[in-house]
Design a protein. Structure first.
Length: 302
């Protein structure tokens, strides 16, 4: 996943149904001698509105919690879409524009408090490690960097087959990947994680080797490829970037239908378009173990 120099301003056309990070605050500077507990938080996506419907599909949202032993205060940190998931997965086809228009950004959100009831009810709230105030402050600097340079949300993982060792053509970039990067950063700073099982959701597309098509200008610009431009618009036309989760899943079924009938998928990744020659089993939602990290030897002075 490519890093960018800065985060572009959001276009007023992109409207979110729910405000991104409404109670967000700056990450506090902790006292060096503080001892901070780190919690793994996980719950079914959108369960506030739909009960645990998506819990049965194991579509989970991940976050990380912190508790300062000096102040007793709790904090939650997570990473998610600025304009809801549909906007990150499907573009808008605007009548006044040739190119599909993407309202796609993801970012970290940090706020005081851990909603224990929410995470415990259908999910997980478990202590994974303990860190010093110094380590927390170093992590905070890294979060700022990560947030300013990793700006686009990517729903799909694309790989060659369901086989564990299969080639990964494109990696997703969503809430759980941020949590995994955060854990890895803490491990590199010297955090030692407990030995517990940790599982994460991936939405995987299966494809032969992807074919590079070009960027927005080369396809949709004045010198662009009109046939290809029409094919991409046609592919995205049934999928509206809905705000509602029900419509999102109706569209997911439409995608599966199209992809399986036509063996094709157009992917927009790091501002470039790719053609995916799709193959069986086409799409899978998996919930699989990714172990907690082990730090680099250097961090233990070995």
């Amino acid at each position: 996943h490519r890093r960018f120099d800065y985060r572009p301003k959001t276009d007023p056309y992109c409207q979110a149904r729910y405000t991104f990070c409404p109670t967000g605050s700056a990450i506090p500077v902790m006292k060096e001698e503080d001892v901070i507990e780190v919690y793994r938080l996980q719950a079914p996506v959108w369960e506030f509105k739909y009960g645990d419907l998506l819990g049965h599909l194991k579509i989970m949202h991940d976050a990380v919690g912190f508790k300062s032993s000096l102040t007793g205060k709790n904090y939650t940190m997570e990473w998610y879409e600025l304009f809801q998931l549909g906007n990150c997965t499907f573009p808008h086809l605007r009548p006044d524009m040739d190119a599909p228009f993407w309202c796609n950004q993801g970012a970290a959100c940090f706020y005081e408090g851990i909603d224990g009831a929410h995470w415990k009810a259908n999910g997980t709230l478990v202590l994974v490690t303990t860190i010093s105030g110094t380590m927390f402050n170093e992590m905070a600097q890294w979060v700022k960097y990560d947030n300013e340079t990793g700006i686009y949300y990517e729903t799909w993982t694309v790989q060659a087959s369901p086989d564990k060792k299969s080639t990964v053509w494109f990696d997703s970039y969503e809430c759980s990947k941020f949590i995994l990067r955060t854990y890895q950063k803490l491990a590199d700073l010297g955090a030692v994680f407990k030995k517990i099982q940790t599982n994460y959701t991936s939405i995987i597309l299966f494809s032969g080797e992807p074919i590079y098509l070009g960027n927005e200008t080369s396809i949709f610009g004045p010198q662009g490829n009109k046939t290809l431009a029409a094919a991409i618009r046609d592919f995205y036309s049934p999928f509206k970037p809905h705000h509602g989760v029900r419509e999102f899943f109706v569209d997911l079924l439409k995608i599966i239908d199209r992809v399986i009938l036509n063996h094709q998928f157009y992917l927009f990744y790091n501002l470039e378009y790719w053609f995916l020659p799709m193959k069986s089993p086409y799409l899978k939602i998996i919930y699989e173990e990714v172990p907690l990290p082990v730090g680099s030897k250097a961090s233990f002075g070995v």
